[in-house]
Design a protein around this ligand. Structure first.
Ligand code: ZN
Length: 109
């Protein structure tokens, strides 16, 4: 038996637990008030890309009595806010090609 030792099992379980803890902390933070991914990344010492990944999961796992709210990213240049995937940080505006995009903010209430 290769690759299915106890060490691997423990590592997987620990990784999964760490991920659940991180998502729990993200959700708890968003229940206190709105935050952008950068603010969440700062407070949890995670790369912003990882925060977005976790937020995707958190957005699908909030309970029936709660809502995961997103203030969509907005172009500071032309005001465009119709981005396809709000749980993401677009690098440029599809309308005016500006890269001055306001980050989306998230909230659970
Ligand atoms: Zn624009």
């Amino acid at each position: 038996m290769m690759g299915t030792g106890l060490d691997d099992v423990y590592t997987d379980a620990a990784r999964r637990r760490a991920m659940e803890t991180t998502r729990q902390r993200l959700a708890d933070r968003l229940r206190e008030g709105p935050a952008t991914a950068s603010e969440l990344a700062d407070s949890l010492s995670l790369p912003t890309a990882v925060v977005y990944e976790h937020l995707g999961h958190v957005s699908r796992s909030v309970g029936d009595d709660e809502s995961f709210l997103v203030a969509p990213p907005t172009c500071r240049n032309c005001g465009f806010d119709g981005f396809d995937d709000p749980v993401n940080y677009p690098s440029r505006c599809p309308e005016c090609k500006s890269e001055r995009i306001e980050e989306p903010a998230f909230l659970i209430e």
